[in-house]
Design a protein around this ligand. Structure first.
Ligand code: ATP
Ligand code: MG
Length: 424
């Protein structure tokens, strides 16, 4: 038996060598969302299973087969969150927040779905998402598009396409649903097993099928656009007008129905062809009925989620590195007195050079071995505290990259030296 300790399939470690890109992405995203007036919300990773079933819908992939659920000793079923909207809606209702006015929130964290792991598809993955509660006009839908568009620009990403569609009101959807059921029932023999099941549970999802053999049938299917109610039609026109005014290119994709049950009116996805099959980076839409369905007061809402693994894969694919390299200094000391003093010097340097990396040597070896460690850490400078420096109240600065020579100076002079260096 292989007893090697191992992580669970589809649940990955983020190792130190890869984490700086993630940190930069997360920082850029939060700063941007905050600048659009969003506030951070953090909800538990575990909720009652029922919260997800009610929010996401029974006839969805997530609830049918992707949730990690278990029973507590009192018989209550709990689940790891497969997405972030259900928890946000639950929190809004529980704390009565929409009563205080429009709520613009963003969240970030791990989500869990029991899927077949592959590139861009994992069992633990991370999303950043935003939700707006209490606004029903198309202006906010468009502002979410402006914000995501600005995000791709600030990350330097290319080849992302915005696809939009409208699902209309729930009545329009219900009408369309019966038209669609008639259409597909007539061609039942061409439906695969999944679609046959969906015909009775969630027929709109058949449009979402990736089965190549069914594409002709799906393309000829009636379009929801032709069954739209006037208000939704007007909302969609306004949304498109805003996008055009903002110069955000988009494609109308009448087959875009989104996996989750709760959407109405505007739905959208940002997709790329650069990542193979897992090309959806960001997805969302309007879900005006959900808060009420979950037991709150009627509250229109709209939101989206970005898959962070896919976003990072795309950055890597497009060779974009965001980290920038901060100035790094390796402080080395020899002898007991110098070791003690190095603690004070490290403290002063860190306070005076925010943003710089200061490695305070902890190997306590010879200068030779400390220099090796400095090279390994890829430090820009060695800062040396030997006996001579110690007795003269000075420190030596040795550039480890480039040709400049070693200089000895006071600590204040060294701090100014680093402040003047182009890296800080
Ligand atoms: P897909 O059709 O790819 O399964 P979805 O419709 O299930 O996506 P959403 O629930 O809308 O996805 O989640 C929003 C985003 O989160 C997706 O567009 C994707 O970027 C990301 N995402 C969803 N599931 C996974 C997963 N298993 N692994 C990694 N990222 C995921
Ligand atoms: Mg999915």
């Amino acid at each position: 038996m292989n007893n090697k300790i191992q992580a669970i399939r589809g649940m990955n470690d983020l190792l130190p060598k890869d984490s700086s890109l993630w940190l930069s992405v997360e920082r850029i995203i939060s700063n941007l969302f905050i600048s659009y007036g969003f506030k951070n919300i953090r909800t538990p990773i575990v909720e009652k299973t029922d919260t997800f079933c009610r929010a996401i819908g029974e006839a969805t992939d997530i609830v049918e087969k992707e949730m990690y659920s278990w029973k507590e000793s009192n018989g209550e079923s709990l689940s790891l969150r497969p997405e972030g909207t259900a928890g946000c809606v639950r929190a809004m209702i529980e704390h009565n927040l929409p009563r205080e006015g429009i709520q613009k929130v963003f969240y970030q964290g791990a989500m869990f779905r029991h899927e077949r792991p592959q590139k861009g598809r994992y069992r633990q993955f991370h999303q950043v998402g935003v939700e707006v509660f209490g606004a029903d006009n198309a202006k906010i839908d468009a502002e979410l598009m402006a914000m995501t568009h600005a995000l791709w620009q600030s990350l330097g990403l290319k080849n992302l396409t915005l696809q939009v569609n409208t699902l209309g009101s729930s009545e329009a959807r219900a009408n369309y649903r019966s038209v669609l059921v008639d259409y597909f029932t007539k061609s039942k023999d061409q439906l695969d097993e999944d679609s046959l099941r969906r015909l009775s549970t969630n027929p709109l999802r058949i449009l979402d099928s990736k089965n190549k053999d069914m594409q002709g049938l799906i393309n000829r299917a009636p379009k929801l656009m032709d069954y739209l109610d006037d208000e939704s039609s007007q909302h969609f026109d306004e949304f498109k007008n805003y996008l055009e005014y903002l110069n955000i290119p988009y494609q109308i994709n009448t087959r875009l129905v989104r996996g989750l049950d709760y959407y109405n009116r505007t739905v959208f996805e940002w997709t790329t062809n650069d990542l193979g099959a897992q090309g959806t980076i960001c997805a969302g839409g309007r879900y005006d009925g959900l808060v009420e369905k979950m037991g709150g007061k009627p509250t229109p809402a709209v939101g989206f989620a970005i898959g962070l693994e896919r976003l990072v894969l795309l950055l890597e694919e497009q060779k974009i590195s965001l980290s920038g390299s901060p100035l790094s200094i390796y402080l080395m000391a020899l002898g007991d007195k110098a070791q003690l003093k190095s603690m004070q010097i490290a403290h002063d340097l860190r306070a005076s050079l925010p943003g710089a990396i200061l490695y305070n040597d902890i190997t306590l070896g010879s200068f030779k071995s400390q220099f090796k460690k400095a090279d390994k850490a890829d430090a820009d400078y060695a800062l040396i505290l030997g006996e001579e420096e110690l007795s003269n109240n000075q420190i030596s600065v040795k550039p480890l990259k480039g040709q400049s020579s070693q200089q000895t100076m006071s600590l204040d002079e060294a701090i100014n030296y680093f402040k003047d260096s182009t890296n800080v």
